[in-house]
Design a binder for this molecule. Structure first.
Ligand SMILES: C[S@@+](CC[C@H](N)C(=O)[O-])C[C@H]1O[C@@H](n2cnc3c(N)ncnc32)[C@H](O)[C@@H]1O
Ligand SMILES: [Zn+2]
Ligand SMILES: [Zn+2]
Ligand SMILES: [Zn+2]
Length: 888
């Protein structure tokens, strides 16, 4: 039966996170942080890593999972440079904060969210550190933290995040200035154009390119425009559209892009919405031929790239104080613009010494690259070779290669390795927006980045940004540098943003920088050797096929490799490790089953690395009851018991199209104690009771949606189950975790209840039940103890609690009277079962009654339950034969 505190934890202290977690507070901040990461926690926008979780979530997890001993905590006031906070003085204050965390009100510890908290004597591990969120956040509490990731790019990013706290921002700025004076002007020169408002140069923000192909029947050149929009109008024209004329290629403003309009320049009439492409086929404007683009290319035809328009910024006009629409706008590309490109191309072809810096190496085949080579079904596959992309450098045009390699050369010339690496990180980040793999977002007038869809998806209309960067424009080297610099500044003196009465505030700077006492490793986490070493594992494991880290990260890896291979062994191979990557990927021959068994190996390793009283908390997705059953089973099989689950805000952006994943969750688990056998009937009552009590406490005390409450109930129910995993009997068989999870879903969704008979059954399971037990078991249920007393299910006799079992005279008298009244309809299954049990004992016939009463399924089920609860097997026989009772 359920008790308030877990039975198996013995000496082990229950951690705050097992009692309660302030998800409302976290979600409030997470939502804001998600929309403005670069302001909330600039450390995480230094470089892309996929599926990053909000930093505030891991800060909260650290606080609620690591803070358990008031003697080992020091609390400082941010900004006062090391002065102890009021809490710092009093042990008992902190003790109260820790102890007061409770399901109904988990907020006491939240007070420390905005304090500079130092926790002594704790060691944590993140075996799947990815972009390092858990380590960064844990390190801010001064604990010792180790991280692992298989992926060298993840390792490098996290390493730079953790080293940032001890890196001098001034030295970095100096180095950036050095690179700038070496190459900025040269690169900016590749991105000039005639200002449409005078005889001077303007800067190119974006060059708009389009693929074109020769019509296979008439030879006419067809540019592959989906439609003829260039971008939405800006400023006073923000209700209009910049449109490209298909006839004379001038750019003009039109009111509508879905309706017919005529070109300002040549008078050509057309509907901009109607491009030259329809579902992967081109349409020849001369002869009307329609043909598949990829087929024509795979048949041997090549396509060309055509520069058709430009978005410019003119410093000259800006300084003269011209209107915004003059200073920044769209224009058609001229022959001079094409000549400028041709010159850069020529320079690239003649700059042999720069070629060593770019990855002119074949792209390894894989699901994201050439999915048709593999068997299997999964969305998000790619077909780069069919787009003519075979080497990594094929993703860039020559001007981009020239500009990027010049920056790398300048970085190579820097002295200090640490400083170099931050600039390299910047360069790597710049790749996301500076390839021919990206297009332009017509509605928001901005360049998109290559990983918008977590795949390699070559566009037909490309947007080439100004690699170094001018006053405006996204994703340039200069703007990415700004983000890296801000990340390092933040790491030196982090702050916390928090929400109070709907308003956002920011704390003063913390004196504890990011990353002290941390170590990061690259490698398969299944080879970690630590045993019984960590107090906590805080992590975010991979999830089925959500992201193919290895394939995607090669995009960065191949550029980082030449600069890092002499320093770090993990950058020696041609690509990132794939075989050991825990993920579903048809290209590695891994399906759901392989993923599940590898994840299990991972949990088993984590269990070994953890101390026996340690805790693992990890984020995961919640989808179907099957994947939940799978997860619970893996955890239980690898020696864990789940102690709590909490729903958290999902970053919906990160899900690929077609994902059925519905929300994210935090799971708390601890090494399991001995497991005791239990009947499903009895466990079911425990679960129903626990769920019910949880539901009631949460609805009464907190403002949570039903879905959120359901998830927390689920965690409590899993906890009940974990204590008996592998030993739950139903109809003589052991139930699997998956079967139990199915039942738990039903119980929670249907809001099952506990009645008088359930409480009676629970009391039967207790050796010498007391009035207290009765009270505890009825609390929060619809079982009424007065009612139970009336029907003689218990009574008090000279201060003793007496249970109304079949051999209790008072209970039997009560039943006998009802039997005598010949009112068989008024008899409950419990009345009948106990009455039959009594007659059986005294050798009296029961057949008459069995014939008189209909033996319902309820009665059969109850007899089983009575047998399970009391250990009295006669109950299984009194209904006759060996008929097993059907499942309900
Ligand atoms: C969901 S991500 C972690 C994201 C991270 N929490 C963050 O905020 O950026 C999971 C990570 O597991 C790593 N991984 C996959 N298989 C691994 C293995 N066998 N050993 C270590 N790491 C592995 C992947 O490279 C990936 O970075
Ligand atoms: Zn044609
Ligand atoms: Zn025209
Ligand atoms: Zn101008």
């Amino acid at each position: 039966m359920a008790q308030e505190s877990p039975r198996l934890s013995g000496e082990r202290k229950e951690l705050p996170i097992e009692r309660g977690f302030p998800i409302e507070r976290i979600n409030e901040i997470a939502e804001k942080e998600g929309r403005a990461k670069q302001w909330y926690r600039p450390i995480y926008t230094m470089h892309k890593w996929w599926a990053r979780r909000p930093g505030c979530l891991f800060r909260a997890i650290s606080l609620y999972a690591l803070l358990d001993d008031p003697d080992k905590v020091n609390i400082y006031e941010p900004g006062e440079n090391g002065t102890l906070d009021d809490y710092g003085a009093g042990h008992s204050d902190v003790e109260k904060l820790i102890e007061n965390v409770d399901m109904a009100d988990p907020e006491s510890l939240w007070e420390l969210y905005t304090k500079d908290v130092r926790i002594g004597d704790k060691k944590i591990l993140d075996p799947f550190m990815g972009g390092g969120t858990s380590l960064v956040e844990a390190s801010r509490f001064g604990v010792e933290a180790d991280g692992y990731d298989l992926n060298p790019v993840a390792w490098f990013i996290t390493k730079k995040e953790l080293e940032a706290g001890e890196t001098s921002v001034d030295e970095l700025k100096e180095a950036f200035q050095q690179v700038k004076s070496d190459v900025a002007d040269e690169i900016l020169n590749y991105y000039k154009t005639d200002c449409p408002h005078g005889h001077h140069d303007a800067d190119v923000m974006y060059n708009f390119w389009v693929k074109e192909i020769d019509c296979r029947s008439c030879g006419h050149t067809v540019p592959l425009h989906q439609d003829f929009r260039i971008g939405k109008g800006r400023y006073e024209n923000d209700n209009k559209y910049n449109i490209l004329c298909p006839d004379c290629e001038s750019v003009f403003l039109a009111d509508e892009w879905r309706e017919e309009c005529s070109c300002d320049e040549c008078g050509y009439e057309f509907v901009p919405e109607q491009g030259n492409v329809d579902y992967g086929k081109y349409i020849c404007s001369e002869c009307g031929q329609k043909y598949s683009i990829t087929e024509q290319i795979s048949e041997g035809d090549e396509f060309d790239l055509h520069l058709c328009a430009i978005e410019y910024y003119c410093r000259h006009c800006d300084e003269k104080g011209e209107s915004k629409s003059t200073v920044k706008g769209y224009k058609s590309a001229t022959s001079e613009d094409r000549e400028r490109y041709r010159k850069a191309k020529q320079e690239w072809e003649n700059s042999d010494s720069l070629h060593q810096f770019v990855p002119n190496k074949p792209i390894r085949s894989g699901w994201k690259v050439s999915n048709y080579e593999f068997e299997g079904h999964m969305t998000g596959g790619g077909n780069l070779p069919r787009h003519g992309i075979e080497n990594w450098t094929d993703m860039y045009n020559d001007r981009q290669l020239l500009s990027l390699s010049k920056i790398i050369e300048a970085i190579e010339n820097l002295e200090d390795q640490n400083v170099k690496e931050y600039l390299l990180l910047t360069l790597s980040g710049t790749l996301r927006t500076n390839s021919m793999m990206v297009g332009y977002d017509y509605s928001y007038n901005k360049i998109v980045n290559i990983f918008k869809s977590n795949s390699f998806d070559p566009p037909r209309e490309m947007c080439e940004g100004n690699v170094w960067g001018t006053e405006y424009g996204r994703g340039t080297f200069e703007s990415i540098w700004d983000m890296v610099k801000r990340g390092v500044e933040y790491a030196n003196a982090p702050t916390e943003r928090y929400v109070k009465n709907g308003e956002t505030y920011e704390t003063e700077e913390f004196s504890q920088p990011i990353g002290q006492n941390t170590t990061v490793h690259q490698g398969d986490m299944r080879l970690i050797e630590a045993e019984n070493e960590y107090d906590a594992v805080i992590t975010d494991p991979p999830y089925y096929n959500n992201i193919l880290y290895s394939e995607l990260s090669d995009f960065f890896y191949v550029w980082l490799k030449p600069m890092l291979e002499d320093e770090y062994e993990c950058f020696e191979p041609e690509h990132t490790p794939r075989a050991e990557s825990i993920v579903v990927n048809p290209a590695s021959n891994k399906g759901d089953e392989e993923f599940e068994s590898e994840l299990k190996q991972a949990f088993s390793r984590i269990n070994t690395a953890l101390k026996q009283d340690g805790v693992v908390t990890f984020t995961y997705h919640h989808s179907s009851s099957e994947s939940w059953g799978e997860l619970l089973e893996s955890l239980c099989e690898t020696g864990f018991e789940v102690t709590a689950t909490y729903p958290i805000n999902s970053d919906l952006n990160k899900f690929m199209k077609g994902e059925s994943v519905s929300f994210d969750i935090v799971i708390v688990a601890r090494p399991a104690g001995d497991r005791h056998p239990i009947s499903w009937n009895s466990l079911r009552r425990d679960i129903v009771r626990t769920a019910k009590q949880t539901h009631q406490r949460l609805t009464e005390n907190r403002d949570l949606s039903d879905g959120n409450i359901g998830v927390i109930e689920m965690g409590r129910a899993f906890h009940e189950y974990s204590k008996h995993h592998g030993k739950v009997q139903r109809d003589g068989e052991i139930m699997t975790a998956k079967e139990v999870v199915d039942e738990i879903y039903g119980i929670i969704q249907q809001g099952s209840d506990i009645g008088e008979v359930d409480v009676f059954l629970d009391l039967l399971e207790i050796k010498d039940p007391t009035y207290n037990d009765l009270n505890m078991l009825t609390r929060g249920t619809s079982a009424n103890s007065d009612e139970m007393k009336q029907i003689q299910l218990y009574r008090m006799e000279s201060g003793e609690f007496v249970l109304g079992t079949w051999d209790d005279e008072k209970r039997l008298a009560y039943i006998q009277e009802r039997v005598n009244n010949n009112d068989s309809n008024g008899l409950t299954p419990l009345d009948k079962a106990q009455f039959l049990r009594y007659r059986y004992e005294h050798g009296k016939s029961i057949q008459d009654y069995l014939e008189k009463w209909t033996v319902s399924d309820d009665l059969r089920k109850l007899c089983q339950e009575l047998a399970d609860a009391s250990g009295d097997d006669v109950y299984r026989r009194i209904l006759g034969g060996d008929r097993t009772i059907g499942d309900y």
